[in-house]
Write a new protein. Structure first.
Length: 266
C-alpha cells in the first residue's frame, strides 16, 4: 500500500482512506503529499477490491492550501519527489483532482481548515461531509493571487454563481453551516465526526454493485455540460451495458431471495 511521509494510506474494508498528514502545518500541501495523493488515486482505481475512497486530514484539519516552502523540497526525499514532478509536469494538478477524476467515488471528510488549495481539492470530490467547526474559503485574492486549481471554472458549476463569485472575489471564510446552505458540502456533523460519517456513506456505496456505481458516476460527469437530449442519449450508452452483467442478475436474484447480493464486478 502506498503513501509518503506526508500522506498515509489505509484500508477500511472496501474503502481506501487517504489522510493528509502534516498536522503541524494544518496539512498544507507539500510535494510529498501531492505525489502521495496522485499515487493514491491510481492505486484505488487499479485495485478492483477498492469500491470507494475517503479523503481526510490528520490533526483536526483538512488542508490549509499550498505550502510554498515545503514545495521547494529538501534533501534526497525532496529530490525524489521533484524528479516525479519533472517526469509528469501535470502531477500536482492530477493530485488535486484538477486534471484527474478517479472512477471510484471520492468522499471528503473535513474537519477544521479546508481553505485555499483545500477548497480547490474539495471541488474534485464527489460527496462531502464536514464537522460543524470546519472552515472553507478561497483566500487567494486577499494575497493578490489567483485560485488556479480550477475554482473559477468548477465552483460556479457546483454552487449558484452569485455564491461562487462572492467566495472567489471576497476571499472570506465560510462556516460549515454556510457551506452546506450554498451547496458546497452535503452534510454537517458534530465536530470530530466527519470521518465516521464519510465511512458510513462509503459502506453504503460499497454494498452496491461496483460496475453500476462507476457507470453512474461516469454518466453524471460526462453529461453535466450536455444538452438534455445529448445527455439522455449518452446515459443509455453507459446504462444499458450494466443491465447485461452478472452483477445485475445477482442483484435481482438477491432481491427475490431476500438476501444481501454478492457482487463480483462481472
Amino acid at each position: 500500500m502506498g503513501g509518503t511521509e506526508h500522506l498515509t494510506v489505509r484500508r477500511e474494508g472496501a474503502t481506501l482512506v487517504l489522510t493528509l498528514n502534516r498536522p503541524d502545518a494544518r496539512n498544507a500541501l507539500s510535494l510529498a503529499m501531492l505525489v502521495g495523493l496522485y499515487d493514491g488515486w491510481l492505486e484505488a482505481d487499479a485495485d478492483d477490491t477498492v469500491r470507494s475512497i475517503v479523503l481526510t486530514g490528520a490533526g483536526g484539519a483538512f488542508c490549509a492550501g499550498m505550502d510554498l516552502k515545503a514545495l521547494a523540497g529538501d534533501g534526497m526525499q525532496g529530490q525524489r519527489y521533484r524528479d516525479r514532478l519533472k517526469a509528469d509536469p501535470d502531477l500536482h494538478w492530477k493530485a488535486m483532482l484538477r486534471h484527474h477524476r478517479p472512477r471510484k467515488p471520492v468522499i471528503a471528510a473535513v474537519e477544521g481548515h479546508c481553505v485555499a488549495g483545500g477548497t480547490e481539492i474539495l471541488q474534485g470530490t464527489d460527496i462531502r461531509v464536514a464537522g460543524e467547526s470546519a472552515t472553507f474559503g478561497l483566500f487567494e485574492v486577499r494575497r493578490g493571487l489567483f485560485p488556479i486549481g480550477g475554482s473559477t471554472v468548477r465552483l460556479q458549476r457546483q454552487i449558484p454563481r452569485t455564491h461562487a463569485l462572492e467566495m472567489l472575489l471576497t476571499g472570506r471564510p465560510y462556516s460549515a453551516q454556510e457551506a452546506a446552505r450554498i451547496g458546497l458540502i452535503g452534510h454537517v456533523v458534530p465536530e470530530g465526526g466527519a470521518l465516521d460519517a464519510a465511512l458510513e456513506i462509503a459502506d453504503r456505496i460499497n454494498a452496491c454493485g461496483p460496475l453500476a456505481v462507476e457507470a453512474v458516476k461516469a454518466s453524471v460527469y460526462e453529461t453535466a455540460e450536455m444538452t438534455e437530449t445529448d445527455g439522455l442519449a449518452a446515459e443509455l450508452t453507459r446504462g444499458w451495458p450494466v443491465f447485461d452483467t452478472a452483477d445485475a442478475r445477482e442483484g435481482a436474484r438477491a432481491f427475490a431471495e431476500k438476501r444481501p447480493p454478492v457482487y463480483r464486478r462481472a
